[in-house]
Design a protein around this ligand. Structure first.
Ligand code: PLP
Length: 400
């Protein structure tokens, strides 16, 4: 075969960026347009309202930045907090770690609750820390809803209960980069003050949009917040967005894609989207069981419906599985990051995905593991996943 030529298509099973549906791809195929034209708000104003439905927020305000999710992390912090402010943040994976690092770069005093990787936020510990903080010095609690590095979903409703049980006024900031649009997320019900996501995961778009939904309480902090902010000054967005415009040149093609992506999610129905993710994740977990391997997530209560991090046996490098999968089978799997580098590989199962697509990822992972010397019986994981997917949907308990 000529060098560099790869027939067929790549099977994309990293936990974001995810597959782009045809309708989203087509929607982005637009000529450049004037983002200050009188017609531009016809595209943008409904986007802000519809995004709130994805966050399940009536009271909040949605913002769209031409950034990745990391930009929305920064916007959440800098618009509400001041250098020296205390925030409480459990750390249990690479993304909770990076958010903590970003908060520290802005001068925040981060109280880190270390949790074992493979577990998540501990509401009891959060309640205890807040109860001890009699002077209410802790201004916010930072939670990564779905830790993409380990395939762990934390219980945000329980964290909200913990904050309330401590009668503490701290704001609740939640990173939903790999959950929102795929796993149930209830901003208003859970009393989330800043909810953060990006375009390249559940929203089935290329990377390039950072998306934030802010509660009225969070927005009221803008005047007192002293963290330096330039590009992410929400005041500029509030003024321009009011009329459907942006304080800079927006990523117009991505906004057209976002329209198509939201239409697609609403057409399927959000609850059906969540149930589908749960069903497909169940298939991957059935395969992992059948392979005799363990997930990084320590208990079923932590299982993520968008990404499974699969531990490889001692003596095997997870990186080899990923390399073989890519080179031999044109399958992209997610790598182990920092503390778990080499110890696991990840199968992303989120976004525009169906049963047979998931089976292709499971098949390829099974072949790559066998090639890398892991003792798996070919067909066993695939059969377990197939059995799971053949079950009537009502027998596949939904999480909703
Ligand atoms: N938070 C989580 C949970 C993520 O998975 C990621 C990226 O994968 C990020 C934050 C950072 O987002 P981005 O890479 O879009 O800046």
């Amino acid at each position: 075969m000529p060098e560099g030529f790869r027939p067929g298509r790549n099977f994309l099973f990293v936990p974001g960026p995810t597959n782009l549906p045809e309708s989203v791809l087509r929607a982005m195929h637009v000529p450049s347009e004037d983002h200050r034209s009188p017609r531009f708000p016809e595209l943008t104003k409904p986007l802000f309202e519809d995004l709130k439905k994805i966050f399940k927020s009536k009271d909040g305000q949605a913002f769209i930045f031409p950034s990745s999710g990391t930009g929305a992390w920064e916007a959440a912090i800098t618009n509400t907090l001041s250098p020296g402010d205390k925030v409480l943040a459990p750390r249990f994976g690479q993304f909770s770690h990076l958010w903590i690092q970003l908060a520290r770069r802005h001068g925040l005093d981060v109280i880190v609750q270390e949790e074992e990787w493979g577990t998540g936020a501990d509401p009891e510990k959060i309640e205890a820390a807040l109860s001890e903080d009699k002077a209410h010095e802790i201004k916010a609690v930072l939670i990564v809803h779905n830790e993409t590095a380990t395939g762990v979903t934390s219980d945000v409703a329980a964290v909200r209960k913990a904050i309330d049980a401590a009668s503490h006024p701290a704001m609740l900031f939640v990173d939903g980069v790999s959950s929102i649009g795929s796993i149930d997320f209830r901003m208003d019900e859970w009393g989330v003050d800043m909810a953060i996501t990006g375009s390249q995961k559940g929203l089935m778009l290329p990377a390039g949009l950072g998306i934030l939904c802010a509660s009225q309480k969070a927005l009221s902090m803008r005047d007192s917040a002293k963290c330096a902010r330039g590009y992410f000054e929400l005041g500029d967005y509030i003024a321009a967005n009011e009329n459907g415009y942006f304080p800079y040149t927006p990523a117009v093609a991505l906004l057209h894609g976002l329209r198509a992506s939201l239409d697609r999610l609403f057409a399927e129905g959000l609850d059906n989207v969540f149930a589908r993710h749960h069903r497909l994740a169940g298939a991957v977990r059935a395969a992992v069981d059948a392979w005799g391997l363990e997930l990084c997530a320590k208990e079923p209560k932590w299982h993520s419906d968008t990404v499974s991090a699969i531990m490889v046996p001692e003596g095997v490098n997870g990186g080899d599985v990923i390399k073989i999968a890519f080179e031999r089978y044109n399958l992209s799997l997610g790598a182990g990051l920092s503390e778990v580098a080499g110890k696991l590989f990840r199968i992303g199962h989120l976004g525009d995905l169906n049963e047979l697509m998931v089976l292709s990822g499971v098949t390829g992972a099974e072949m790559a593991m066998a090639d890398a010397g892991i003792d798996v019986t070919l067909g066993k994981g695939v059969a377990a996943a197939q059995e799971h997917l053949r079950k009537p949907h009502d027998q596949q308990q939904s999480r909703i």
